[in-house]
Design a protein around this ligand. Structure first.
Ligand SMILES: [Fe+2]
Length: 102
């Protein structure tokens, strides 16, 4: 792996790690305000973000690449799926056809 790619992944991972913490704080605030579904959404986004970046960083540290063809992102909540979009977003129930393919 090129040094620049590794550096960018490490910077992205650091940024996303902070985002994960922010999402969890937002979830706590929403929960305290009685908005349980918004809290649930923030916790799900934090989990998805953390999982995807953790996997990418682990492979990058091993000098490997992710073995995927596509990444699909829910345009409503940001949920991410590898290789194919789910029929319905598990977080916000957005239909498969609305997912954005990268
Ligand atoms: Fe969604």
């Amino acid at each position: 792996m090129r040094a620049m790619t590794k550096q960018f992944l490490e910077e992205a991972f650091t940024g996303e790690s902070k985002a994960h913490v922010k999402y969890m704080i937002f979830a706590e605030v929403a929960e305290k305000e009685g908005k349980k579904n918004i809290a649930k959404l923030f916790r799900a986004i934090a989990f998805a973000d953390s999982k995807l970046y953790s996997e990418a960083k682990k492979l990058a540290d091993q000098g490997k690449d992710l073995e995927i063809e596509s990444v699909y992102i829910c345009p409503v909540c940001g949920y991410s799926a590898l290789n194919s979009a789910p029929d319905l977003c598990p977080v916000c129930r957005t239909k498969k056809e609305a997912f954005i393919k990268f």
